[in-house]
Ligand binder design. Structure first.
Ligand SMILES: CC(C)(COP(=O)(O)OP(=O)(O)OC[C@H]1O[C@@H](n2cnc3c(N)ncnc32)[C@H](O)[C@@H]1OP(=O)(O)O)[C@@H](O)C(=O)NCCC(=O)NCCS
Length: 122
């Protein structure tokens, strides 16, 4: 998974998958953004287990934001999570369950959180 994508409007901001080499940067950012002390095993998992869809936004190679999500079958999700989805989705559909999302403070409000105008990842 070595794809790197470039934002159409911000060519220096790129998207790539997280990898184990990112753990220290990701830990530091999580500590800044979230009041949760994730165990080391979690960082290992989100950067190496393909069940997670973990993307970093980078600017001149520095991580300035990331999203960690898990692709789940709707039939395997908790009822309270299913309840916020539109009812027309079949149980066989998949949903991205977002575990973490953050953007470095100085780079917020530039469309990075919503991946505004980004290229398709397929
Ligand atoms: C939430 C966050 C990721 C947004 O990143 P960003 O790059 O500034 O977002 P964007 O510039 O792409 O803005 C996207 C939209 O999200 C909205 N938004 C920002 N923070 C929000 C929040 N806490 N709740 C709801 N909407 C929010 C913005 O108003 C904007 O909407 P608009 O385009 O209609 O004006 C960023 O503020 C952040 O890292 N916050 C700290 C960590 C956090 O709270 N993460 C979310 C919980 S896991």
């Amino acid at each position: 998974m070595s794809q790197v994508l470039t934002f159409c409007v911000q060519p220096q901001v790129q998207l790539r998958f997280l990898c184990p080499d990112d753990i220290e940067q990701v830990k530091k950012l999580c500590t800044e953004w979230f009041p949760i002390d994730y165990p080391d095993a979690w960082y290992q998992e989100i950067t190496s287990n393909s069940k997670f869809y973990s993307l970093a936004a980078t600017y001149h190679s520095r991580i300035i934001g990331f999203i960690v999500s898990e692709i789940k079958l709707i039939s395997n999700m908790n009822k309270e999570d299913c309840d916020i989805l539109a009812s027309f989705y079949p149980d066989t559909a998949q949903a991205a369950y977002i575990l973490s999302l953050g953007v470095v403070e100085d780079y917020r409000k530039h469309g990075i959180g919503i991946l505004r105008k980004y290229a398709d990842l397929s």
